[in-house]
Structures are given as structure tokens and as C-alpha cells.
Design a protein around this ligand. Structure first.
Ligand code: SF4
Length: 71
């Protein structure tokens, strides 16, 4: 069974496939709103409410682990 983590704001949802996430932090580095932190080598969308829907995280992830409802 897939290990998908999900975060929701009022307007969008971010899903990260933890089977794919290798914790290399590309999303942490590129996100202009500092939405992500790394916890135990997995990305966590702690500050989802700050997201500006730029879609950079989805594009930069080398594992294609991130799904964003606006992107
Ligand atoms: S869409 Fe942009 S602002 Fe939102 S979490 Fe991804 S990189 Fe950050």
C-alpha cells in the first residue's frame, strides 16, 4: 500500500509519496514560502498555509514525489 502523506489548507492540498521521498531537500531549498521542513529524512509541508502556488516543489522533486492540487 502506498505511503502517501497529505496536508490541507482551505484552498489546496499537498500530497507526498513517502515511498518516493528520499529527503534530499530540493523542495525545502526551492520553496519561496518555506513551506517544507525535513523530519527524519522526509519532507513535511508544515507551513502549507504560506504556499503561493508557484509549483516549484512539484517541478524540482527528482523523485516526482510531490502532488499539489493547484499544479
Ligand atoms: S507550490 Fe511553491 S510555494 Fe507552494 S509549497 Fe510548492 S514551492 Fe512552496
Amino acid at each position: 500500500m502506498a505511503n502517501i502523506k497529505e496536508w490541507k489548507s482551505d484552498d489546496w492540498t499537498i500530497k507526498i509519496d513517502y515511498d518516493k521521498c528520499v529527503g534530499d531537500g530540493e523542495c525545502v531549498d526551492i520553496c519561496p514560502a518555506e513551506v517544507y521542513i525535513l523530519v527524519d529524512e522526509k519532507s513535511v509541508a508544515t507551513n502549507i498555509d504560506e504556499c503561493t502556488e508557484c509549483c516549484s516543489c512539484v517541478e524540482v522533486c527528482p523523485e516526482e514525489a510531490i502532488e499539489h492540487s493547484s499544479c
